[in-house]
Ligand binder design. Structure first.
Ligand code: ADP
Ligand code: MG
Length: 697
């Protein structure tokens, strides 16, 4: 939008300099364009009247018509309030005002007919409506919409009569003038193909819809457009990148075949094979790969990444695997070392705690190219770490790393950008993945290795602890091992540690026949390693730990995961923790312990865990419970600053819009066709907006 919509808001009828300043400050509305895009968050349906005997406390906003039979001021001081009884012939409901009671008392006339609008609640077993809107009945103006927009406002604006109604008046003034200036921003083909209403119709109806159907279509059109341009932008980013950045060609598969035929200890799942093929296509394409592997916990991402390393090493380049914790890096190293040895490959481990002498040795071998696999924590991305020719960098459990860290890996090879493979077990709903990782290609390992049994999850209250201990005794007697995880709940680390050690002592007492280990973030890394190794070798049967074991840890003989204070954990974290069991052939269990006091949300989380093992379902539930802003630091990314579309709720529209964007770019990559002029112009004018796209690439 240009010209008319760039006009400063103070020039709108009904605004002026003072109100303009308030609108700037309070709502970041500076121009006509800003105001017209300040959409109502709901509409009030003024076509429907309820009769009082139909009203139930759980209803949202309702409208009733009737008379006030009795009115009085009651109570003293802060409890002072105005109470009116309102009747419509079918029943009686109480209206209450705590604020502005005097004024209301003067305004209301007994036995006049009124329309009341508000939200019913139960108080003292009686239905009432607090601070209802109250209007005299006026004959409806011809053609006036009964669906009235409701706009968010602020205290400061309300004082200046810019409450929802006030804003609505401004919108009316604006739209009367603006209508003729609204230009179409999508192509005719898209409008036809997706049956969208015009931009003009949409903008008018999003504020003042003629009927419910028009409102829905206006919302759909505007959400579609918002997603369309978001996706267009992301897909273009990806296209330019693949055009701009070439990658080393890795096409010889000798080493991979040797491993596959002679050393692979199990049959790969079809999903693993499919993903390896997709990656291999990238590695030999001559373009730099940027790919995300999504796979639920236990789906076998590590072996997939190792096989891809073999392709790269077989072609003479080096590889790196970065993990978010030392425990995980240790485990990757110990898991992959035997394979590397069999194949005669050099592998090393680099952590923050690595000794100077070891670092020096690693650095030498990296620089002369003899070290083929480097595994480590973020110590890997320090400037001192220089490769001779890094061909592939793998990032495990991506959500633990910032995007900045990912991009640092790019700089590890001066002549060619290394291929990048990102792995995550935080299942992200498809819709969110398409947006957050919209610039990456996504592969999914959507199948678990055969023979795994569903983990059984139960929720128990703390008072059933004896039952829990009994169950643990039984499992341990059959040779299995158990995790008991404590959350960090106190303000102070000291208290947290005390919680953990109290738990440790209680369990040691209750399980005299067992060896019990303890693991937390404050331990030195040798101590952590020592405890972890003891557990892996089944020298300890119970591991009492904080969430340091949350990601990736793999001990197939552990079959019971007990999570204390489970109500304190988020869904993604609970799912990760549960993923530590169910890794072997034996039936595994996850026991969520909580107190009786649960919020509605935490109860929903626990129920979700009990109901499903599927990471993607859990991610969907999480998205709905928390909203997208909370997930994985997306709040900082700016990409979710959407005006009207909602990633959690509008996933369907997002997918359709993404397809539309993809189609356009396939047929007209530079948006040069006359047909796409409107889209080209829109993209140009959006470049000026403040979104910082570089942050997500
Ligand atoms: P995640 O995807 O959570 O990182 P891992 O890579 O740690 O999972 O694999 C979990 C376990 O499953 C490991 O013990 C691994 O050796 C084993 N595994 C991986 N792929 C297969 C397979 N195709 N068949 C049997 N076991 C497998
Ligand atoms: Mg893993």
């Amino acid at each position: 939008m240009h010209g008319f919509f760039d006009t400063r808001i103070e020039f709108l009828k009904g605004v002026g300099p003072n109100r303009a300043e308030l609108l700037n400050k309070e709502l970041q509305i500076f121009t006509f364009g800003d105001l017209i895009q300040y959409y109502p968050f709901r509409h009030e349906d003024r076509t429907k009247f309820y009769s009082i005997n139909e009203i139930k406390a759980e209803m949202t906003y309702i409208q009733i018509k009737g008379r006030i039979g009795h009115i009085e001021m009651i109570g003293q001081g802060r409890a002072k309030r105005l109470i009116a009884s309102f009747t419509d012939g079918t029943g009686e409901i109480e209206l209450v005002w705590f604020k502005g009671a005097q004024w209301m008392l003067k305004k209301i006339q007994l036995n006049n007919e009124y329309v009341i609008y508000g939200k019913p609640t139960i108080f003292n077993k009686k239905l009432n409506i607090a601070h209802p809107e109250i209007d005299t009945i006026s004959p409806t103006e011809d053609g006036q919409s009964f669906l009235q927009p409701v706009y968010p406002s602020t205290e400061k604006l309300k004082i200046r009569y810019l409450d929802s109604k006030g804003i609505s008046k401004l919108q009316k003034n604006l739209i009367a003038e603006a209508k003729q200036h609204i230009r179409e921003s999508l192509s005719k083909t898209i409008l036809d193909q997706y049956k969208l209403i015009s931009k003009q119709e949409a903008l008018v109806n999003i504020h003042f819809p003629n009927d419910q159907d028009k409102l829905v279509r206006a919302q759909y059109r505007l959400k579609f457009e918002e997603f369309f341009y978001l996706q267009l932008r992301l897909i273009k980013l990806k296209l330019t990148r693949t055009e701009k950045f070439s990658g080393q060609v890795f096409n010889s598969t000798g080493l991979l075949t040797d491993f596959y035929n002679n050393h692979l200890p199990f049959e790969l799942t079809n999903a693993q094979k499919k993903v390896i093929k997709e990656i291999y296509q990238d590695l030999k394409s001559g373009k730099q790969m940027n790919r995300l592997i999504q796979g639920d916990v236990g789906s076998g991402k590590t072996i997939v990444s190792f096989i891809c390393m073999l392709v790269v090493i077989g072609n003479g380049a080096q590889t790196a695997l970065m993990a978010p914790t030392e425990i995980l890096a240790d485990q990757h190293y110990k898991g992959l070392k035997p394979f590397a040895d069999k194949l005669g490959l050099e592998i090393a481990l680099l952590k923050g705690s690595s000794k100077k002498r070891d670092r020096k040795k690693i650095a030498e071998k990296l620089e002369n190219g003899s070290l083929q696999i480097l595994i480590g924590t973020h110590a890997l991305i320090e400037d001192a770490v220089q490769f001779k020719n890094l061909g592939l960098a793998i990032v495990d459990e991506q959500h633990r790393f910032g995007v900045a860290q990912r991009s640092k890996l790019w700089q590890k090879n001066e002549s060619y950008l290394p291929h990048i493979l990102v792995m995550t077990a935080t299942p992200i709903p498809r819709t969110l993945a398409m947006t957050i990782y919209g610039d990456l290609d996504v592969s999914a390992i959507d199948e678990l290795p055969a023979g795994r049994k569903e983990i059984q999850t139960v929720h128990k209250y703390d008072s059933h602890r004896l039952e829990l201990f009994g169950f643990m005794h039984k499992q341990i007697a059959t040779g299995r091992q158990v995790y008991v995880v404590y959350p960090l709940i106190e303000e102070s680390e000291k208290l947290d540690l005390k919680h953990l050690t109290d738990g440790f002592e209680a369990i040691s007492r209750a399980f005299p026949e067992c060896q019990v280990g303890i693991l937390h973030g404050k331990m030195k890394s040798e101590a952590k390693d020592f405890e972890m190794q003891r557990f892996i070798r089944n020298e300890t049967q119970i591991m009492v730990a904080t969430t340091v074991i949350e990601v990736g840890v793999n001990v197939p003989n552990a079959t019971v995961m007990v999570i204390e204070n489970a109500e304190r954990f988020g869904l993604a974290q609970l799912h990760q923790l549960r993923g530590r069991v169910g890794r072997g052939a034996d039936q595994s269990y996850c026991i969520l312990m909580s107190s009786y006091k649960l919020t509605k949300e935490s109860r929903q989380r626990l129920n979700t865990m009990v109901k499903t093992n599927n990471g993607f379902d859990i991610a969907e539930a999480d998205l709905k419970l928390r909203g997208p802003g909370d997930i994985m630091g997306t709040q900082q990314s700016g990409i979710l600053d959407l005006l009207i579309a909602d990633i959690a709720k509008d996933g369907k529209i997002l997918e359709i819009a993404r397809q539309a964007a993809q189609d356009i770019l396939n047929s007209d990559p530079k948006l040069e066709m006359e047909e796409n002029a409107a889209i080209r112009n829109q993209v140009k004018s959006q470049r000026k907006t403040s979104l910082n796209w570089s942050r997500i690439s």
